[in-house]
Design a protein around this ligand. Structure first.
Ligand code: HEM
Length: 416
């Protein structure tokens, strides 16, 4: 890595001893070549990173005022809301931030699915993303338990009880997780500890994720490889500014929720203190878990439901090999494009089913939507890859933008 030419003598002094500025410049600066055709769908990775930092920053200050004890947790949260300076703002930012973080990451995942960003040579990048996703789910679940409201308590009970479905050792594992014979103070204390720890583990995995990304650079809407400098532009200033536009929109949405509808994505029952003697009428998780919750309940046996739910995540790890298509981007796949739309509808439908009580027509819809979810990945993906005839793919990234002749001229100019 070449040393950076800096005007400021102090920065030059640091750079000579620790070349941190050239490292940044090569990672997200003017020395990092990015495909010139990235669309706004490529904003969501950096947005996820910003959302993660915001969660950590607000979480650390909340932790200064929160009391992780079953007798005091609920009241300490009420105190944050009413008495701590701007405590309400911190808490609403953290709670709505978690929801928007998931929204951003879901868009990020579906973007990857549409453009085939998981395909060779980005399989490990995809896997690291999925590891982040699983860690995010664990973190969000444990965070939701901390206010110790009715939904916190009963969600913790339902989810930890899933482990008891494992034959022979299940009950032992569940009690070990609880630290007792029911969800109680020891459970709250360990969830608090892990909820504080896991985001930093996520930061570590995000660095690996970005390392893998930089190895082969970003995919792009055409799904074809970078062939030379004529296909790229420097990350800074082009994409740093484009990312700032995305950040502006993200913050507007965030402010809309925090200042106008702060409890829209929450459940009113969580403003009732946890009561182990009274089960709420309907136990529902946060919206971002609803599709998985629907899959869990689609299978009539408890163990079967747990296996289906685990499989719905594990199957995502196999996608790089289940997708047998020659081309990456769905843009050039006229048939698969429809199946992608059906998958999005199916996941939304699963989310709707997850929010409904498991009765009547919802049971049938839940089962069919679950079946379709697995069919998509296990049957349609490989078969369409084999049998679909893709549309002609351009030879290079710059060709559709500049035309063949102008592209060749640009290539010559870049060589000089
Ligand atoms: C904390 C969560 C995450 C952060 C901070 C993060 C960050 C990023 C960033 C900054 C990029 C480059 C910009 C972009 O392509 O949008 C990226 C790319 C990518 N991420 Fe993530 N990511 C996260 C979660 C995930 C998850 C859950 C998955 C998949 C399951 C995933 C899969 C990918 C893939 C496949 C790419 C390459 C996309 C391409 O080049 O087309 N990421 N990520």
């Amino acid at each position: 890595m070449s040393e950076m030419q800096l005007k400021n003598p102090m920065l030059r002094w640091i750079e000579y001893r620790l070349p941190i500025f050239s490292f940044i410049d090569h990672s997200v600066g003017s020395q990092y070549p990015a495909p010139k055709n990235l669309s706004y769908w490529w904003n969501f990775g950096s947005l996820a990173g910003i959302a993660l930092v915001m969660q950590i920053a607000t979480g650390i200050v909340l932790a200064m005022h929160y009391t992780p004890h079953a007798d005091m947790a609920f009241d300490s949260v009420e105190r944050i809301m009413r008495e701590v300076n701007y405590g309400w703002l911190l808490r609403y930012f953290h709670a709505n931030g978690a929801s928007l973080f998931f929204l951003v990451v879901y868009i990020h995942i579906f973007r990857g699915l549409y453009y085939g960003s998981y395909k060779y040579p980005r399989e490990l990048l995809w896997w690291l993303g999925l590891v982040i996703f699983v860690l995010m789910m664990a973190t969000a679940f444990m965070g939701y338990v901390l206010p110790w409201g009715q939904m916190s308590y009963w969600a913790a009970t339902v989810i930890t009880n899933l482990f008891s479905a494992i034959p022979w050792i299940g009950v032992g594992i569940t009690e070990w997780l609880w630290g007792g014979f029911t969800v109680g103070n020891p459970t709250l204390a360990r969830f608090y500890s892990l909820h504080y720890l896991l985001p930093f583990v996520i930061v570590g995995v995000v660095f690996l994720h970005l390392w893998a990304l930089h190895q082969h650079k970003s995919n792009n809407p055409l799904g074809i490889d970078i062939k030379g400098p004529q296909d790229t532009i420097p990350f800074h200033p082009y994409y740093t500014y484009k990312d700032l536009v995305g950040l502006g929109v993200f913050l507007l949405v965030m402010f809309g929720f925090v200042f106008y509808h702060p409890n829209y994505m929450g459940h009113p029952d969580n403003y009732i203190p946890a009561n182990p003697l009274q089960t709420p009428a309907h136990i529902v998780p946060e919206w971002y878990f609803l599709p998985f919750y629907a899959i869990l309940r689609a299978i009539p046996s408890k163990l079967g439901g747990v296996i289906a739910m685990a499989a719905s995540i594990l199957v995502l790890f196999l996608i790089p090999w289940l997708d047998t298509s020659r081309v990456r981007s769905t843009k050039f796949r006229p048939v698969y494009r429809w199946f992608f739309v059906f998958l999005v509808i199916d996941v939304i439908l699963l989310g709707i089913v997850g929010a409904k009580p498991p009765e009547g027509i919802w049971i049938l819809i839940g089962r069919l939507a679950t079946l379709y979810y697995f069919l998509h990945f296990i049957i349609f993906m490989p078969f369409l890859g084999w049998f679909e005839r893709p549309l002609p793919v351009p030879d290079s990234i710059h060709q559709p933008v500049l035309g063949a002749a102008a592209g060749a001229a640009a290539a010559g100019e870049n060589k000089r």
